[in-house]
Design a protein around this ligand. Structure first.
Ligand code: ADP
Ligand code: MG
Length: 236
């Protein structure tokens, strides 16, 4: 579904991504895990078409995305500060994600209703987003990202703002939802718990490079380096 091949991004003298390669298969959830500043958000921005790489390629379903603008890549994006319109109601926020011109009001309401059921938020359609809790807002952001039926859903520190117990509950629900829908997901996080809970496969990054790739179990049992072991919380 997605292939990232030899991608390098430099900001002035600083190399944010250094010949990064990674693949995401259809229906797979890949989590990129790494400390702050390791290049995770930059990687998503390159895939999204919001950041031009200095070298390397991004392929979606085998097609080189070079020159294809962000809005034509059919991707769903959910960022940490989920960028909802707080003063607008839930309906308008999720409908914004439909991005379908000439979608009639009735059809739009039907789709939004479906999406809100999907993320476990029935009956909030007419509420202002600002009146919802953090966890509810996160679900609205997810519904908005899923609305255009993206071929790839990208999450940047999706649950970073939420408290621990809510985060753990939402992680389980998200994983079940992605399984059920067959969603292909590329998520990035600095939170080990989040990555291990969500991922079919983990990619550990360090200073713009891929340090290790493997299933959560493989990475947990056989960290490829001292850095990975320490980052996962092993002390020796
Ligand atoms: P992460 O998401 O893993 O915390 P980022 O991808 O945001 O890391 O950033 C990686 C590195 O690139 C950091 O050192 C950051 O300061 C730098 N960086 C990111 N975006 C820009 C930018 N637009 N201009 C200059 N430096 C940037
Ligand atoms: Mg980031």
């Amino acid at each position: 579904m997605l292939r990232i091949d030899g991608v390098t991004v430099r900001f002035g003298g600083h190399t944010a991504l250094d010949t990064v390669g990674l693949d995401v298969a259809d229906r797979e959830t890949v989590c990129v895990l790494g400390p702050s500043g390791s290049g995770k958000s930059t990687l998503l921005r390159v895939v999204a078409g919001l950041q031009q790489p200095d070298t390397g390629r991004v392929l979606l379903s085998g097609i080189d995305q070079n020159g294809i603008p962000a809005h034509k890549r059919q991707l769903g994006l959910m960022f940490q500060d989920h960028q909802l319109f707080p003063q607008h109601n839930v309906q308008d926020n999720v409908a914004f994600g439909l991005r379908m011109r000439r979608t009639g009001r009735r059809e739009s309401e039907r789709r939004v209703g479906e999406l809100l059921d999907l993320v476990g938020l029935p009956g909030v359609r007419n509420r202002a987003v600002s009146s919802l809790s953090g966890g509810e807002q996160q679900r609205v952001a997810l519904a908005r990202a899923l609305a255009p039926q993206p071929r790839l859903l990208m999450l940047d520190e999706p649950l970073g703002q939420l408290d621990r117990s809510l985060r753990e509950r939402l992680l389980v629900e998200l994983r079940q939802l992605f399984r059920r829908l067959g969603t292909t997901v590329l998520a990035v996080t600095h939170d080990q718990g989040e990555a291990f809970a969500l991922a079919d496969r983990l990619v550990v990054m360090r200073e713009g490079r891929v340090e290790q790739t493997g299933t959560p179990l493989e990475v947990w049992q056989h960290p490829a380096s001292e850095f990975v072991a320490r980052f996962l919380g092993f002390e020796n």
